[in-house]
Design a protein around this ligand. Structure first.
Ligand SMILES: [Ca+2]
Ligand SMILES: [Ca+2]
Ligand SMILES: [Ca+2]
Ligand SMILES: [Ca+2]
Length: 492
C-alpha cells in the first residue's frame, strides 16, 4: 500500500498493539484508537477484539500507544514525526520541519513510545471548519494521524496513516420500543396489556440511530438493572431481546433501551412496560368471625394477595355490592342498617391484574337491636359503707334488660372522673349490681361524698345502651344503741 523503502534505509513494522490497561476489549474512554486500526493491513489480536469500534472515541484528547514489533531491525528508534488532519493519505515531508511535530524518545526493550496525546479541539482551530453528518461539534468526525519513525540516521521511508474518529454526540433514542409476550405464549391476554406470560420479547426499530460513528450496540435495563446480554447492532440482526423470568418479575416491569454508538455515547432511554401476571390471587376473611353477632355498623376485613398486584376487592352482603376497595388494607366499616336482623352472608371477591377472580364467603348474624334497660332502681342513699363495729352496707342498682348483655356500673366523682366500675354478664331479665363504696383498687377505701353513676349495657353484637344518670351519697355514721339488742346508724 505504500511506496517501496529506499535502499539501505531501515523500515519499521507498526503492527497494532495493545492497551496496557485493557488489552482484549477496549471499552470506555478513547485509549488506543490508533492501535486498533489496520495501519499496515495487519489484523493483529487487538484489531480483532475491537474492530467494531473502528477507531471511534468520545475523548477530545485521544491517546496513541505506538510501538515497534519485536525483532525489528535495527532494534532502536529515536522517535517519530507526525501531523494530524482530515486527509487520509497526507505524506509527511521530512525536509520541512514546519510541516510536522516531533515526539522523541529512545525506545526501551518493550519498543513502546511514550503515549502520544492529541488535542483535537486545538488541532481543529487550525483546520477548516467542517461539520460531519450527524455531528454537533466541529471537532467531531474522522481524523488521520500521519507519522514516520526516525533513528540516529534518517527517517523511515513510509508515512503511516491512522484513521480515527471523535464523536461526542449521543445517538437518538430508540424508536417504536415494545415488549410483548414471547412468541410461544398462548395464554390469556387481559386488559391494559396484562398477560400470564413470564417471558417477554422486547423489540425496537432496526434503523440507524447514530449517523456520525454509527450504532454498535444496545443496553437493555429491566426494573433498573442492566440486562447481562450484549446486543450488537452490527449487521442489523439484533434489535430485540427475549427477557426470561430470572429478571422479569410478576407485576409491571419497566424496560429501558439505550442505543450506544461506536464512541460509547449512550442515547436517552426509551421506556416501555411489560405487565406479567402469572399467579392466582388468594383471599381470606379476617372479620367478622364465622357466625359472629354483628351490629349495624361494623368493620369487615379481608386479606388478599397476588404477586402481580390486585385490581380490586369487592364486598357483598347477601349478593349486594356494598364496597369496592382498590388498595390494601382491604377493610371497610359497613352500614348494614337496611338489612334485616338474622343470618347474612358476607362475600369478598378479589380480582388480580389479569382478571382472575377468587371469592370467599362468611356467614354472620346481624343484630341491629340495642338492649333496653327498664325498671331501674337503686339504694339505699345515703349509705354507710365504712365499717363501724363490724357493720356497713352497700348500694345496689337493679334493673331489667331485654337481652343477654354485659352490664357495667360506672361511678363518677363530682369532677366527672371515674371513681369505680363493677361488671357482670346477665341473661335477659333481672340485673343486680352492688357497689361497696370502694374504688377499683383493693385499698381504695370509701370516701364520704356525692357520686353519680350510670349503667352501660352491651349486647354480644356490640350494641351499647347507657342508662340514666343517678346520684348516690356516702356518709360517715355512728351506731346508737336503742335497745338491749338493737342499734341504729346515725349520720354525723
Ligand atoms: Ca454519536
Ligand atoms: Ca395474579
Ligand atoms: Ca383499602
Ligand atoms: Ca341486640
Amino acid at each position: 500500500m505504500d511506496e517501496a523503502p529506499e535502499a539501505g534505509v531501515p523500515t519499521y513494522d507498526t503492527r497494532p498493539g495493545y492497551s496496557p490497561t485493557n488489552p482484549q476489549f477496549p471499552w470506555g474512554p478513547f485509549r488506543h484508537t490508533a492501535l486498533d486500526l489496520p495501519a499496515t493491513g495487519d489484523k493483529g489480536p487487538a484489531y480483532e477484539a475491537s474492530w467494531w469500534r473502528n477507531g471511534w472515541g468520545n475523548d477530545v484528547f485521544p491517546r496513541f500507544d505506538l510501538y515497534r514489533a519485536t525483532g525489528s531491525n535495527p532494534p532502536f528508534a529515536l522517535g517519530l514525526i507526525y501531523t494530524v488532519d482530515r486527509s487520509p493519505d497526507t505524506q509527511i515531508d521530512a525536509s520541512n520541519p514546519a510541516a510536522y511535530y516531533q515526539l522523541g524518545a529512545t525506545l526501551g526493550n518493550d519498543q513502546r513510545m511514550p503515549p502520544l496525546f492529541l488535542d483535537i479541539r486545538g488541532i481543529q482551530m487550525s483546520q477548516p471548519v467542517t461539520l460531519a453528518p450527524g455531528a454537533t461539534k466541529p471537532f467531531e468526525g474522522r481524523w488521520y494521524l500521519h507519522y514516520r519513525w526516525y533513528d540516529w540516521e534518517r527517517h523511515g521511508a513510509v508515512t503511516i496513516n491512522i484513521p480515527f474518529g471523535v464523536d461526542v454526540t449521543p445517538p437518538s433514542a430508540v424508536a417504536t420500543l415494545v415488549a410483548v409476550p414471547h412468541k410461544g405464549f398462548t395464554g390469556p391476554i387481559g386488559k391494559d396489556g396484562w398477560s400470564a406470560a413470564r417471558r417477554a420479547d422486547v423489540q425496537w426499530a432496526d434503523i440507524e440511530y447514530d449517523t456520525l460513528s454509527g450504532t454498535v450496540m444496545y443496553e437493555v435495563t429491566v426494573n433498573g438493572g442492566v440486562h447481562p446480554s450484549s446486543i450488537f447492532h452490527l449487521d442489523h440482526v439484533h434489535t430485540n431481546l427475549t427477557i426470561e423470568n430470572d429478571v422479569l418479575m410478576p407485576g409491571r416491569n419497566k424496560i429501558e433501551v439505550r442505543a450506544i454508538d461506536r464512541a460509547n455515547n449512550k442515547s436517552d432511554p426509551s421506556v416501555t412496560y411489560f405487565n406479567s401476571d402469572p399467579d392466582t390471587p388468594t383471599i381470606s376473611v379476617t372479620a367478622p368471625l364465622a357466625g359472629a353477632l354483628v351490629p349495624a355498623r361494623s368493620t369487615f376485613s379481608v386479606v388478599a394477595s397476588d404477586a402481580a398486584g390486585i385490581r380490586d376487592v369487592k364486598f357483598k352482603i347477601d349478593g349486594e355490592l356494598v364496597h369496592t376497595d382498590i388498595s390494601a388494607p382491604y377493610s371497610a366499616q359497613l352500614d348494614l342498617s337496611r338489612f334485616a336482623n338474622g343470618t347474612r352472608v358476607f362475600s369478598a371477591t378479589v380480582t388480580d391484574m389479569l382478571g382472575r377472580q377468587v371469592t370467599t364467603t362468611r356467614s354472620f348474624v346481624l343484630d341491629k337491636t340495642f338492649p333496653v334497660i327498664s325498671n331501674l332502681t337503686f339504694g339505699p342513699t345515703p349509705f354507710f359503707p365504712i365499717i363501724r363495729d363490724g357493720n356497713r352496707d352497700n348500694m345496689t342498682v337493679r334493673c331489667t334488660i331485654s337481652e343477654r348483655a354485659a352490664v357495667q356500673l360506672v361511678v363518677y366523682n363530682a369532677n366527672g372522673t371515674i371513681r369505680a366500675t363493677r361488671s357482670g354478664n346477665f341473661a335477659p331479665g333481672a340485673v343486680a349490681i352492688a357497689w361497696n363504696g370502694r374504688g377499683n383498687g383493693a385499698a381504695d377505701a370509701p370516701v364520704p361524698g356525692r357520686y353519680t353513676f350510670r349503667l352501660r349495657v352491651q349486647d354480644p353484637a356490640g350494641n351499647v345502651t347507657w342508662g340514666p344518670v343517678r346520684t348516690v351519697v356516702i356518709q360517715n355514721f355512728e351506731l346508737v344503741r336503742v335497745g338491749p339488742n338493737a342499734v341504729r346508724s346515725v349520720p354525723r
